[in-house]
Design a protein around this ligand. Sequence first.
Ligand SMILES: [Zn+2]
Length: 321
Amino acid sequence: MSINIPTSALTIGIDIGGSKVLGGVVDSNGKIIDLARRPTPASGGQELVATIIDLIKEFQVIYKIAGIGISVAALISKDQGIIVGAPNIANLSQLNFVAELERVFNLPVIVENDANAAMWAEYKSGNAQGLNPVIFFIIGTGMGGGLVVDGKLFKGANGIGAEFGHMIVQPNGLKCGCGAFGCIEQYASGSALMRYAKEGIAADPSQGKELLSLCEGDLAQLTGTVLTQAAKNGNQLAISAFNKQADWLGSACASYTLLLDPQAIVVGGGVVEAGELFLAPVRSAMERYMPFAGTHLLPRIIAAKHGNNAGLIGVADLVRG
Ligand SMILES: [Zn+2]
């Protein structure tokens, strides 16, 4: 369905995560007017559709809504909005959110990959404004990617474009959630950071004591936030884990730079908590690994503006067309 949505109208953005569904009513400046959350139903599929329909109906009691955008960690077909691959949420394969929701609401509906949606939020109202081309990474448990070229989200021929997290950097390396081996996600994501820290503790238990004490001796409780704080306090093991992650990401940034010549690379997701502690070594690694070094300008590497709400802000704007 294609309807021109007036600038003054409000739209809804829904971000489907592995554990929660986040919904927001958003204005045309990307400002969230209202926010609600629900747990993601474990059975996914139709129960998830029902959860989203309830959430939207609750918003509609209070607000006049002109469109609905759905952001989800999945590969989505370019033409019909059908989910073609969603490793983290049950029973989404072949689901058509657009058809399911248009049937109920008689409003324009779009569905978009979560990293693409977050990229768009940064481009429209965040730290990627005015940059062309601009690359975005969202680094949490995994590593998502987005790309804007000439003011448009780049999706490739079939809609799966700009999955920067799945560039293979280590043939026959660690198995990735996508089914391939050796993707950069396995070396530069938040999960990789935790692995580096745990390996560091195992290799040098005496040096690892301080980190272990921060999670009450239980490695399962070692989180990115704990590690970030430890690194900020000068813990060498934590700093070294961040440096390893940054080194991998920096080397990938060197490749992406030669492929796409971006004006900037915007980094979002949980890793942004670490700020310059992470971004500074990414920049220096990128310079160190850069092909044709010294012959071309390098992209800026900057932190994203929007936090966990980036996906819903972006997709609420994308439905405006
Ligand atoms: Zn992969």
